[in-house]
Ligand binder design. Sequence first.
Ligand SMILES: C[C@@](CO)(OP(=O)(O)O)[C@H](O)COP(=O)(O)OP(=O)(O)OC[C@H]1O[C@@H](n2ccc(N)nc2=O)[C@H](O)[C@@H]1O
Ligand SMILES: Nc1ncnc2c1ncn2[C@@H]1O[C@H](COP(=O)(O)OP(=O)(O)O)[C@@H](O)[C@H]1O
Length: 287
Amino acid sequence: MTDRSVTVEAPAKVNLSLLVTGRRPDGYHLLDSLVAFAGVGDTLTASPGLGLTLSVDGPTAASLPEGENIVLKAARLLAEAAGRPADATLHLTKRLPVAAGIGGGSADAAATLTALIRLWGLDLPAERLHALALSIGADVPVCLAGRPTRMEGVGEVLTPAPALPPAWLVLVNPLMPLSTPAVFKARTAGFSEPAPLTEAPADARALAVALAARRNDLTPPAIALLPVIGEMLALIAAQPDCLLARMSGSGATCFGLFATEAAARAAAAALTACQPGWWVAPAPLLG
Ligand SMILES: C[C@@](CO)(OP(=O)(O)O)[C@H](O)COP(=O)(O)OP(=O)(O)OC[C@H]1O[C@@H](n2ccc(N)nc2=O)[C@H](O)[C@@H]1O
Ligand SMILES: Nc1ncnc2c1ncn2[C@@H]1O[C@H](COP(=O)(O)OP(=O)(O)O)[C@@H](O)[C@H]1O
């Protein structure tokens, strides 16, 4: 690391609701999702260097599969778009479970773009950056936005969501990866009507009520593929003061919504005591 290093956090993406509203001719599903971020995630540091290198550490680094890390793909595509060499020394501290429905890879890619734009002093037009992010992955544009957002299309249509109230989440993952294409493929239900959040909920309880009127349409197929998700949801919902229990993205990570840090931390401790093999992370909902 040098004085010129740029460090960017890559927070977990949480689909507070996720409706499948249709299907494109190419097979991709159209979504209407309220996406927010949690105060837990990976960290990306970019430093000056000759050539492009990436080192990775952190508690979940070992579960990254062989093959190109999405961080390198993001760096190469950004350099290409800027017409400059991809010279940087990147370091990723991986804390989020992989292939977990909380967009760890997408958040890492977005953090890489943000860090390298600063390191390389680039001034890319917003539309160009949006298109570049989308070419890396459907969830990368929303991770680049990094604030509560209504996400439509397959991730390309973004509208700022109403402000979210102070609240806490407990993220829970069984440390079993779940394949996104498999979950979409296992869907048997029809399509949902879009249901945007139109008013800012006054508090965490009002947010829970608003979310309860929506769903995550990918939950039934995810449970069919990985029944432990059903157990996780029941256990989270049974925690004192849990306002809502829901799955994020295509799973398997689920979250509980709580009004206070104390309630979230108590629930996280109880969940860990009961299932020591699960990844359990209490974190604030980022507004
Ligand atoms: C479901 C969401 C919701 O935020 O999150 P995650 O569960 O990945 O975190 C995303 O839309 C995940 O988008 P993305 O990250 O591009 O999915 P990938 O892992 O690349 O999976 C791609 C495959 O999943 C299916 N797929 C994905 C997205 C979508 N809107 N419709 C689809 O049908 C397609 O079969 C596609 O080939
Ligand atoms: N830095 C990274 N972090 C996580 N996954 C990565 C990364 N680079 C590449 N991948 C690949 O991206 C896939 C999707 O990962 P991830 O974003 O964690 O899941 P999800 O899309 O379910 O939220 C993983 O299965 C892995 O093969």
